[in-house]
Design a protein around this ligand. Structure first.
Ligand SMILES: [Zn+2]
Length: 252
């Protein structure tokens, strides 16, 4: 019996995505509190009477029991902790949640536990489900995710000359990882324009606890600019940053 026990283990996790295999099976990618990102197979999940099926949809939070398998571990049991029903009833919120899990999926490998990252994901889904401003919740997630992955941009001093950022419109250098003052633009001629307003909100999202931000509604014009900046920077990090040794160090 002792040998049998060591062949199974428990974890809590959030479903990132799945692929269907064969007639009734499903391979899931999960982000777990205890082991970070894992892949596992759920057998018979598409058969009509499978009780596990409803719990294993994308972004459900589940308590799992795994059985060790030869290749993939097998999901032996799945109990829903939260299925985020409010979120699921709103197409816009579903799109935000899909973006949130996809971002985590693209930035992580099967590299072991990262509890702050798991908590950020779980908290963000709960915020989307709980009626927070979806845009604020998602931008907070994006900014905090950069931090946890080791890509906290420098927003108070110029990334090239080191001088304090003055109250005027600035640039943002993805290459240098931070704000660039107008006098340092030659350090990265490809730097993007960033208004002082967008920079201030970015700093606020970077340094504040969620409790200070939960009622924040970012003015529409600034929100549009900030959304585009964060997306461009995250895309840059995915395309260039992931190949650098610094990134591998940050996540290991
Ligand atoms: Zn400068």
């Amino acid at each position: 019996m002792a040998g049998q026990e060591s062949r199974s283990y428990r974890a809590q996790g959030i479903v990132l995505r799945h692929v269907e295999v064969g007639e009734a099976d499903r391979i899931l990618t999960l982000y777990t509190l205890e082991y970070g990102k894992v892949q596992a197979i759920a057998k018979g999940v598409r058969k009509l009477r499978s009780r596990k099926a409803g719990h294993l949809e994308p972004f459900s939070r589940v308590e799992l029991m795994f059985a060790k398998g030869r290749n993939l571990d097998v999901i032996a049991q799945a109990d829903a902790q939260s299925t985020y029903q409010t979120l699921r009833s709103d197409l816009k919120l579903i799109a935000y949640a899909a973006y949130v899990v996809e971002l985590l999926d693209r930035f992580t490998y099967e590299e072991g536990e990262n509890r702050p990252l798991y908590n950020l994901l779980a908290d963000t889904l709960a915020r989307l489900d709980g009626g927070a401003s979806a845009q604020t919740a998602v931008h907070y997630y994006e900014v905090q995710l950069m931090d946890l992955l080791g890509f906290r941009p420098q927003l108070h001093t110029c990334a090239a000359c080191g001088e304090k950022i003055q109250p005027e419109d600035q640039f943002f250098s993805a290459k240098l990882g931070g704000a660039l003052c107008p006098r340092s633009i030659t350090a990265d001629p490809g730097a993007w324009k960033v208004s002082l307003g967008a920079l201030k909100y970015w700093r606020h999202l970077q340094r504040s606890a969620w409790s200070k931000l939960k009622d924040l509604v970012i003015p529409a014009e600034i929100e549009t600019e900030l959304a585009s900046l964060l997306e461009r920077y995250l895309t840059y990090l995915l395309e260039y940053g992931l190949r650098t040794p610094g990134f591998l160090k940050a996540v290991s």
